[in-house]
Design a protein around this ligand. Structure first.
Ligand SMILES: NC(=O)c1ccc[n+]([C@@H]2O[C@H](COP(=O)([O-])OP(=O)(O)OC[C@H]3O[C@@H](n4cnc5c(N)ncnc54)[C@H](O)[C@@H]3O)[C@@H](O)[C@H]2O)c1
Length: 297
Protein backbone atom coordinates (compact mmCIF):
# COMPACT_ATOMS: atom_id res chain seq x y z
CA UNK A 1 0.00 0.00 0.00
CA UNK A 2 1.61 3.27 -1.09
CA UNK A 3 0.64 6.87 -1.79
CA UNK A 4 -2.86 8.28 -1.84
CA UNK A 5 -5.81 6.55 -3.42
CA UNK A 6 -9.20 7.59 -4.69
CA UNK A 7 -11.95 5.89 -2.71
CA UNK A 8 -14.70 8.42 -3.41
CA UNK A 9 -18.36 7.46 -3.48
CA UNK A 10 -21.40 9.26 -4.77
CA UNK A 11 -24.99 8.13 -5.28
CA UNK A 12 -24.72 9.12 -8.93
CA UNK A 13 -21.85 6.77 -9.70
CA UNK A 14 -21.79 4.12 -7.03
CA UNK A 15 -23.95 1.14 -6.30
CA UNK A 16 -23.38 -0.69 -3.07
CA UNK A 17 -24.21 -4.11 -1.66
CA UNK A 18 -25.05 -4.97 1.92
CA UNK A 19 -24.41 -8.62 2.75
CA UNK A 20 -26.57 -9.94 5.57
CA UNK A 21 -30.26 -9.05 5.66
CA UNK A 22 -30.74 -9.43 9.40
CA UNK A 23 -31.34 -6.76 12.01
CA UNK A 24 -28.44 -4.55 10.91
CA UNK A 25 -28.10 -5.27 7.20
CA UNK A 26 -31.74 -4.41 6.51
CA UNK A 27 -31.38 -1.12 8.39
CA UNK A 28 -28.11 -0.20 6.68
CA UNK A 29 -29.63 -0.89 3.25
CA UNK A 30 -32.53 1.41 4.17
CA UNK A 31 -30.08 4.20 5.08
CA UNK A 32 -28.28 3.93 1.73
CA UNK A 33 -31.44 3.76 -0.36
CA UNK A 34 -32.80 6.89 1.32
CA UNK A 35 -29.42 8.60 0.72
CA UNK A 36 -29.78 7.98 -3.02
CA UNK A 37 -27.72 4.82 -3.52
CA UNK A 38 -28.89 1.86 -5.54
CA UNK A 39 -28.46 -0.83 -2.93
CA UNK A 40 -28.38 -4.61 -3.17
CA UNK A 41 -29.37 -6.53 -0.07
CA UNK A 42 -28.01 -10.10 -0.03
CA UNK A 43 -28.27 -12.97 2.38
CA UNK A 44 -27.51 -16.67 2.46
CA UNK A 45 -31.15 -17.09 3.44
CA UNK A 46 -33.80 -16.13 0.90
CA UNK A 47 -36.28 -15.99 3.76
CA UNK A 48 -34.20 -13.32 5.48
CA UNK A 49 -34.10 -11.22 2.29
CA UNK A 50 -37.84 -11.58 1.77
CA UNK A 51 -38.62 -10.73 5.38
CA UNK A 52 -36.37 -7.65 5.30
CA UNK A 53 -37.88 -6.48 2.02
CA UNK A 54 -41.47 -6.96 3.21
CA UNK A 55 -40.76 -5.14 6.48
CA UNK A 56 -39.08 -2.30 4.56
CA UNK A 57 -42.00 -1.92 2.14
CA UNK A 58 -44.41 -1.86 5.06
CA UNK A 59 -42.35 0.90 6.69
CA UNK A 60 -42.40 2.93 3.45
CA UNK A 61 -46.15 2.45 3.26
CA UNK A 62 -46.60 3.69 6.84
CA UNK A 63 -44.24 6.63 6.26
CA UNK A 64 -46.29 7.57 3.18
CA UNK A 65 -49.59 7.27 5.04
CA UNK A 66 -48.30 9.48 7.85
CA UNK A 67 -47.11 12.06 5.33
CA UNK A 68 -43.45 11.65 6.27
CA UNK A 69 -42.53 10.88 2.67
CA UNK A 70 -44.37 11.30 -0.61
CA UNK A 71 -45.71 8.43 -2.71
CA UNK A 72 -43.30 9.48 -5.47
CA UNK A 73 -40.37 9.25 -3.08
CA UNK A 74 -41.43 5.79 -1.94
CA UNK A 75 -41.78 4.64 -5.54
CA UNK A 76 -38.32 5.98 -6.38
CA UNK A 77 -36.76 4.27 -3.37
CA UNK A 78 -38.39 0.97 -4.26
CA UNK A 79 -36.55 1.05 -7.60
CA UNK A 80 -33.26 1.43 -5.75
CA UNK A 81 -33.80 -1.51 -3.37
CA UNK A 82 -32.46 -4.63 -5.11
CA UNK A 83 -31.93 -8.06 -3.65
CA UNK A 84 -29.56 -10.93 -4.32
CA UNK A 85 -28.29 -14.24 -3.02
CA UNK A 86 -24.71 -15.50 -2.59
CA UNK A 87 -25.05 -17.05 -6.06
CA UNK A 88 -26.05 -13.78 -7.67
CA UNK A 89 -23.75 -11.29 -5.96
CA UNK A 90 -23.30 -8.11 -8.01
CA UNK A 91 -19.95 -6.48 -8.73
CA UNK A 92 -20.05 -3.12 -6.95
CA UNK A 93 -17.40 -0.71 -5.61
CA UNK A 94 -18.46 -1.12 -1.97
CA UNK A 95 -19.65 -4.13 0.00
CA UNK A 96 -20.83 -3.68 3.57
CA UNK A 97 -20.79 -6.92 5.47
CA UNK A 98 -23.37 -7.45 8.22
CA UNK A 99 -23.45 -11.22 8.59
CA UNK A 100 -23.07 -13.49 11.59
CA UNK A 101 -20.34 -12.48 14.09
CA UNK A 102 -17.99 -15.38 13.29
CA UNK A 103 -14.50 -14.53 12.04
CA UNK A 104 -14.09 -17.55 9.73
CA UNK A 105 -17.44 -16.97 8.04
CA UNK A 106 -16.69 -13.27 7.55
CA UNK A 107 -13.19 -14.00 6.20
CA UNK A 108 -14.58 -16.53 3.76
CA UNK A 109 -17.09 -13.98 2.50
CA UNK A 110 -14.42 -11.27 2.13
CA UNK A 111 -12.25 -13.71 0.16
CA UNK A 112 -15.15 -14.31 -2.21
CA UNK A 113 -15.92 -10.62 -2.59
CA UNK A 114 -12.26 -9.86 -3.24
CA UNK A 115 -12.17 -12.51 -5.96
CA UNK A 116 -15.46 -11.40 -7.48
CA UNK A 117 -14.32 -7.79 -7.77
CA UNK A 118 -10.78 -8.58 -8.89
CA UNK A 119 -9.46 -6.93 -5.74
CA UNK A 120 -11.02 -3.60 -6.75
CA UNK A 121 -13.87 -3.32 -4.25
CA UNK A 122 -13.90 -1.72 -0.83
CA UNK A 123 -14.89 -4.15 1.89
CA UNK A 124 -16.49 -2.63 4.99
CA UNK A 125 -17.36 -4.70 8.03
CA UNK A 126 -20.11 -3.89 10.49
CA UNK A 127 -18.58 -6.18 13.10
CA UNK A 128 -19.29 -5.14 16.69
CA UNK A 129 -16.31 -6.76 18.28
CA UNK A 130 -13.99 -8.65 15.95
CA UNK A 131 -10.60 -7.07 15.20
CA UNK A 132 -10.56 -5.51 11.74
CA UNK A 133 -6.83 -6.29 11.57
CA UNK A 134 -7.46 -10.01 12.03
CA UNK A 135 -10.40 -10.09 9.59
CA UNK A 136 -8.11 -8.59 6.94
CA UNK A 137 -5.29 -11.07 7.54
CA UNK A 138 -6.46 -13.61 4.97
CA UNK A 139 -7.03 -11.02 2.21
CA UNK A 140 -4.76 -10.30 -0.73
CA UNK A 141 -5.58 -6.61 -0.37
CA UNK A 142 -5.95 -6.04 3.38
CA UNK A 143 -5.63 -2.28 2.81
CA UNK A 144 -9.12 -2.35 1.26
CA UNK A 145 -10.92 -3.59 4.40
CA UNK A 146 -12.26 -1.08 6.93
CA UNK A 147 -14.68 -1.13 9.85
CA UNK A 148 -17.95 0.76 9.37
CA UNK A 149 -19.90 0.10 12.52
CA UNK A 150 -23.52 1.25 12.56
CA UNK A 151 -25.76 1.17 15.62
CA UNK A 152 -29.18 -0.32 16.03
CA UNK A 153 -31.62 0.76 14.64
CA UNK A 154 -29.36 1.87 11.80
CA UNK A 155 -31.89 4.25 10.28
CA UNK A 156 -32.30 6.23 13.50
CA UNK A 157 -28.93 6.06 15.22
CA UNK A 158 -26.58 8.76 13.92
CA UNK A 159 -23.33 7.32 15.22
CA UNK A 160 -21.02 5.29 12.96
CA UNK A 161 -17.62 4.10 14.18
CA UNK A 162 -14.96 4.01 11.43
CA UNK A 163 -12.24 1.54 12.33
CA UNK A 164 -8.85 1.23 10.71
CA UNK A 165 -7.07 -2.08 11.00
CA UNK A 166 -3.27 -2.23 10.88
CA UNK A 167 -3.33 -2.51 7.09
CA UNK A 168 -6.31 -0.27 6.26
CA UNK A 169 -5.36 2.44 3.77
CA UNK A 170 -5.61 5.79 5.62
CA UNK A 171 -7.35 7.34 2.61
CA UNK A 172 -9.95 4.60 2.75
CA UNK A 173 -10.80 5.29 6.40
CA UNK A 174 -11.12 9.00 5.56
CA UNK A 175 -13.30 8.20 2.57
CA UNK A 176 -15.63 5.97 4.63
CA UNK A 177 -15.80 8.75 7.21
CA UNK A 178 -16.88 11.16 4.44
CA UNK A 179 -19.35 8.64 3.08
CA UNK A 180 -20.92 8.24 6.52
CA UNK A 181 -21.38 12.01 6.69
CA UNK A 182 -22.82 12.06 3.19
CA UNK A 183 -25.51 9.53 4.15
CA UNK A 184 -26.48 11.67 7.14
CA UNK A 185 -24.54 9.98 9.93
CA UNK A 186 -22.14 11.30 12.56
CA UNK A 187 -18.99 9.23 12.19
CA UNK A 188 -16.08 8.95 14.60
CA UNK A 189 -12.67 7.44 13.90
CA UNK A 190 -11.83 4.82 16.49
CA UNK A 191 -8.92 2.49 17.08
CA UNK A 192 -9.08 -1.24 16.42
CA UNK A 193 -9.25 -2.06 20.12
CA UNK A 194 -11.60 -4.65 21.70
CA UNK A 195 -15.19 -3.41 21.42
CA UNK A 196 -13.87 -0.29 19.64
CA UNK A 197 -15.30 2.53 21.76
CA UNK A 198 -19.04 2.21 22.31
CA UNK A 199 -19.33 -1.52 22.87
CA UNK A 200 -16.51 -1.42 25.38
CA UNK A 201 -17.97 1.46 27.34
CA UNK A 202 -21.51 0.08 27.16
CA UNK A 203 -20.67 -3.52 28.13
CA UNK A 204 -21.26 -3.17 31.90
CA UNK A 205 -24.79 -1.94 31.15
CA UNK A 206 -25.54 -5.53 30.12
CA UNK A 207 -23.11 -7.57 32.23
CA UNK A 208 -23.94 -5.85 35.55
CA UNK A 209 -27.67 -6.06 34.86
CA UNK A 210 -27.45 -9.75 34.02
CA UNK A 211 -25.45 -10.34 37.19
CA UNK A 212 -28.02 -8.48 39.29
CA UNK A 213 -30.77 -10.74 37.94
CA UNK A 214 -28.68 -13.91 38.31
CA UNK A 215 -27.97 -12.98 41.92
CA UNK A 216 -31.70 -12.28 42.40
CA UNK A 217 -31.06 -8.69 43.42
CA UNK A 218 -33.98 -7.71 41.19
CA UNK A 219 -36.10 -9.13 38.40
CA UNK A 220 -35.22 -8.21 34.85
CA UNK A 221 -38.46 -6.22 34.56
CA UNK A 222 -37.46 -4.23 37.65
CA UNK A 223 -33.99 -3.52 36.26
CA UNK A 224 -35.49 -2.29 32.98
CA UNK A 225 -38.13 -0.17 34.73
CA UNK A 226 -35.59 1.37 37.08
CA UNK A 227 -33.12 2.34 34.36
CA UNK A 228 -35.85 3.59 32.03
CA UNK A 229 -37.22 5.74 34.85
CA UNK A 230 -33.73 7.25 35.27
CA UNK A 231 -33.66 8.40 31.64
CA UNK A 232 -32.31 5.45 29.67
CA UNK A 233 -34.33 5.03 26.47
CA UNK A 234 -34.38 1.25 26.84
CA UNK A 235 -33.54 -0.94 29.81
CA UNK A 236 -30.74 -3.47 29.24
CA UNK A 237 -33.02 -6.50 28.76
CA UNK A 238 -35.33 -4.76 26.32
CA UNK A 239 -32.24 -3.50 24.51
CA UNK A 240 -30.64 -6.95 24.33
CA UNK A 241 -33.87 -8.25 22.80
CA UNK A 242 -33.67 -5.49 20.17
CA UNK A 243 -29.97 -6.07 19.46
CA UNK A 244 -30.33 -9.85 19.41
CA UNK A 245 -29.49 -11.82 22.57
CA UNK A 246 -27.15 -14.02 20.50
CA UNK A 247 -25.35 -11.05 18.94
CA UNK A 248 -25.00 -9.29 22.30
CA UNK A 249 -23.65 -12.50 23.85
CA UNK A 250 -21.05 -13.01 21.14
CA UNK A 251 -19.86 -9.41 21.56
CA UNK A 252 -19.45 -9.88 25.32
CA UNK A 253 -17.66 -13.22 24.76
CA UNK A 254 -15.35 -11.60 22.26
CA UNK A 255 -14.47 -8.73 24.62
CA UNK A 256 -13.89 -11.15 27.49
CA UNK A 257 -11.48 -13.15 25.37
CA UNK A 258 -9.70 -10.13 23.95
CA UNK A 259 -9.25 -8.59 27.42
CA UNK A 260 -7.75 -11.91 28.61
CA UNK A 261 -10.56 -12.82 31.00
CA UNK A 262 -11.21 -9.36 32.50
CA UNK A 263 -14.00 -10.10 35.06
CA UNK A 264 -16.16 -7.07 34.17
CA UNK A 265 -16.61 -8.53 30.69
CA UNK A 266 -17.44 -12.09 31.84
CA UNK A 267 -20.39 -13.46 29.81
CA UNK A 268 -23.49 -14.42 31.74
CA UNK A 269 -24.78 -18.00 32.06
CA UNK A 270 -28.33 -16.67 32.08
CA UNK A 271 -27.69 -15.12 28.68
CA UNK A 272 -25.87 -18.26 27.44
CA UNK A 273 -28.98 -20.29 28.27
CA UNK A 274 -31.18 -17.92 26.25
CA UNK A 275 -28.84 -18.28 23.29
CA UNK A 276 -28.77 -22.07 23.58
CA UNK A 277 -32.58 -22.13 23.69
CA UNK A 278 -32.81 -20.05 20.50
CA UNK A 279 -34.49 -17.24 22.43
CA UNK A 280 -32.68 -14.46 20.60
CA UNK A 281 -35.08 -11.57 21.19
CA UNK A 282 -37.44 -9.78 18.86
CA UNK A 283 -36.21 -11.56 15.76
CA UNK A 284 -37.22 -14.97 17.15
CA UNK A 285 -40.36 -13.77 18.90
CA UNK A 286 -38.95 -14.49 22.34
CA UNK A 287 -35.93 -13.35 24.30
CA UNK A 288 -36.11 -11.89 27.77
CA UNK A 289 -39.64 -10.85 26.76
CA UNK A 290 -42.21 -12.31 24.38
CA UNK A 291 -43.09 -10.69 21.05
CA UNK A 292 -46.15 -11.75 19.20
CA UNK A 293 -45.71 -11.88 16.24
CA UNK A 294 -41.88 -11.72 15.94
CA UNK A 295 -41.01 -8.03 15.43
CA UNK A 296 -38.41 -6.94 12.91
CA UNK A 297 -36.04 -4.61 14.73
N1 LIG B 1 -27.69 -6.36 16.31
C1 LIG B 1 -27.06 -5.24 16.63
O1 LIG B 1 -27.55 -4.42 17.42
C2 LIG B 1 -25.74 -4.91 15.98
C3 LIG B 1 -25.28 -3.59 16.05
C4 LIG B 1 -24.08 -3.25 15.41
C5 LIG B 1 -23.36 -4.23 14.73
N2 LIG B 1 -23.84 -5.52 14.70
C6 LIG B 1 -23.05 -6.50 13.93
O2 LIG B 1 -23.68 -6.64 12.66
C7 LIG B 1 -23.51 -7.99 12.17
C8 LIG B 1 -24.89 -8.60 11.90
O3 LIG B 1 -25.64 -8.57 13.08
P1 LIG B 1 -27.23 -8.72 13.06
O4 LIG B 1 -27.70 -8.36 14.40
O5 LIG B 1 -27.77 -8.03 11.87
O6 LIG B 1 -27.36 -10.31 12.86
P2 LIG B 1 -28.66 -11.14 12.43
O7 LIG B 1 -28.51 -12.44 13.11
O8 LIG B 1 -29.90 -10.35 12.64
O9 LIG B 1 -28.46 -11.31 10.84
C9 LIG B 1 -27.35 -11.93 10.27
C10 LIG B 1 -27.73 -12.37 8.85
O10 LIG B 1 -26.55 -12.84 8.19
C11 LIG B 1 -26.93 -13.93 7.35
N3 LIG B 1 -25.72 -14.69 7.03
C12 LIG B 1 -25.00 -15.46 7.86
N4 LIG B 1 -23.92 -15.95 7.21
C13 LIG B 1 -23.98 -15.47 5.94
C14 LIG B 1 -23.15 -15.59 4.79
N5 LIG B 1 -22.03 -16.31 4.82
N6 LIG B 1 -23.50 -14.93 3.66
C15 LIG B 1 -24.64 -14.18 3.62
N7 LIG B 1 -25.46 -14.03 4.68
C16 LIG B 1 -25.13 -14.66 5.83
C17 LIG B 1 -27.96 -14.67 8.15
O11 LIG B 1 -28.79 -15.47 7.31
C18 LIG B 1 -28.73 -13.53 8.82
O12 LIG B 1 -29.86 -13.14 8.05
C19 LIG B 1 -22.70 -8.72 13.24
O13 LIG B 1 -21.33 -8.63 12.89
C20 LIG B 1 -22.98 -7.90 14.50
O14 LIG B 1 -21.95 -7.99 15.44
C21 LIG B 1 -25.02 -5.88 15.29
Amino acid sequence: MTGSADFGFSPATSQIAVIGAGTMGAGIADVFVRAGYTTYLCDASQTAVNRATEAWKLRLHKDTERGKITAAQAAEWELRWLTCTPDSLPVVPLYIEAIVELPDVKQQLFGRLEELSGGQAILATNTSSLPVTALARTLRHPDRLVGMHFFNPALLMPLVEVISGEATHPDLARSIFNLAQQIGKRPVMVRDEPGFLVNRVARPYYTESLLAVEEQTASLEQVDRLLESRGFRMGPFRLMDLIGVDVNFSVTSSLYERFYGEPRFRPSRLQARKVAAGQHGRKTGIGFYRYDPPASA
